[in-house]
Design a protein around this ligand. Structure first.
Ligand code: AMP
Length: 429
């Protein structure tokens, strides 16, 4: 047996239905907000991530799957998707289309982290980017879209952790203040935090070390060091979120692990996920496009961890996603009934009814057992006698009841049963 690579996993049916349903809702909600899908390659030049995510980030420093190709070019499996979207934006001169570009993506990302609950080496993100809009209203609209998406999935009680990390204009003074605050305690920093303090003190605010966290309690706050324009942007965003009823919490030490952020940064955590409780992260990146060789263009985006989203799904969503597609087992009682069963299956599918033709090669009993093993809740059986009487047998495999239904009524009956199941699965209005 060849096992899958450590930290990767197979998403198996029927669980894949849950993923598909989440993605369907995402596409619908994002389209309602004027977003179009972008699909960028999984493989990118390593330099892209070094120049965007940043050398001092944990991702670039130690988590990328990087290798040399036959011509000694360094390639990397994308650890995140914003950099790829920004590269594509510059490469295809998307700015020339005029106006704001609203793009979303859904796909796998790769990071060599120690696997644990909610943390994988291959994981999937659903993300969105607004490129070309600088004002706080763009931040607010993106966050309202996020909450509309979560509401559609049935999430209640989520709130955004929000901060501003300012811009190049105000950050150097803040970094000096952090250095000054931490330097007297440098012996308490582990090797990783010592490196972070040297390379990018902002990263230390992200430290998971409890001793370092304790040192940071009274540390200077970025919010007290913002330049005037960043302060106005931040205040305006808070006002807009309040006006839209989006719950938020100011988190002065939230900096996020990627170097390209400017001004707004945010995160949403979900209860029940354990140590890895961040459901999504995002922020503004007003220098990223120009850092990658494009025109000076502001941007903002988020990335939801789809694996964690699936783990944190509110009750009911999974059940509805699984119930919606439960196929009816079609079982011909004998070999001579197969052409009829095949034709009836096609008729029912035209009506939108999912049908799974079960071979009864080893007899109808075997066929029924096979259907039950697959989890079917209903079976339609057709034999010679039924064909002559123009009926089919509808069998409830859960309650073990059976009823003869006229052939021209079976579609209507199955549709009515499917609607009843869907209604039962819906949350009360
Ligand atoms: P980031 O790109 O680091 O801002 O992460 C955005 C979101 O992706 C996080 O909030 C997580 O939900 C998800 N995520 C990041 N890394 C992993 C991982 N190794 N495994 C699973 N999900 C992840």
């Amino acid at each position: 047996m060849i096992a899958g690579v450590k930290g990767t996993r197979d998403l198996l049916p029927p669980e894949t239905r849950v993923w598909n349903e989440i993605e369907r809702v995402a596409r619908e909600v994002f389209a309602l907000h004027g977003f179009d899908e972008i699909r960028t390659p999984i493989l990118e030049p390593t330099e892209l991530f070094v120049r965007s995510v940043g050398e001092s980030s944990d991702i670039v420093h130690k988590e990328m799957f990087t290798f040399l190709d036959a011509k000694d070019r360094s390639l990397t499996l994308r650890p995140e998707n914003t950099a790829g979207v920004a590269r594509a934006y510059v490469e295809h001169s998307l700015a020339q289309d005029g106006g704001v570009k609203k793009l979303y993506y859904i796909g796998p990302q790769f990071r060599r982290e120690a696997p644990q609950k909610g943390r994988f080496r291959e994981f999937r993100q659903i993300g969105a980017e607004v490129i070309g809009a600088a004002d706080a209203a763009a931040d607010a609209e993106l966050l309202t879209m996020l909450f509309d998406f979560f509401a559609r999935l049935g999430f209640l009680g989520l709130s955004i952790s929000l901060n501003s990390v300012g811009t190049e204009d105000c950050r150097p003074a803040f970094l000096d203040a952090i250095r000054a605050h931490l330097s007297p305690h440098s012996e308490k920093l582990g090797p990783d935090d010592t490196r972070r303090l040297r390379e990018n003190p902002l990263r230390v605010l992200d430290s998971k070390d409890p001793e370092v966290q304790a040192l940071l309690v009274n540390a200077p706050r970025m919010l007290d060091h913002l330049d005037e324009a960043s302060r106005v942007h931040h205040e305006e965003l808070l006002g807009l979120l309040a006006a839209c009823g989006i719950p938020y919490r100011i988190e002065p030490r939230l900096v996020r692990g990627l170097d390209y952020y400017t001004r707004t940064v945010f995160e949403v955590t979900a209860p029940g996920l354990g140590a890895q409780d961040a459901l999504l992260g995002g922020g503004r990146y007003d220098r990223l496009i120009s850092d990658l060789g494009g025109p000076k263009t502001p941007g903002i985006g988020f990335a939801i961890g789809e694996d964690r989203l699936v783990m944190a799904l509110p009750e009911g969503f999974r059940e509805r996603a699984l119930a919606g597609l439960d196929p009816v087992a079609m079982i011909p009682l004998g070999p001579e009934d197969r052409p009829f069963a095949l034709a009836l299956a096609r008729e029912l599918r035209k009506e939108g009814i999912a049908v799974d033709l079960v071979s009864a090669a080893k007899g109808p009993k075997n066929g029924l057992r096979a259907a039950e093993r697959k989890g079917a809740r209903r079976a339609v059986l057709v034999g010679e006698r039924e064909r002559q009487q123009r009926v089919v047998l509808l069998k409830d495999l859960v309650n073990r009841t059976q009823e003869a239904i006229p052939m021209d009524e079976i579609a209507r009956r199955l549709l009515a049963l499917a609607t009843a199941v869907a209604d039962k699965g819906n949350p009360p209005p």
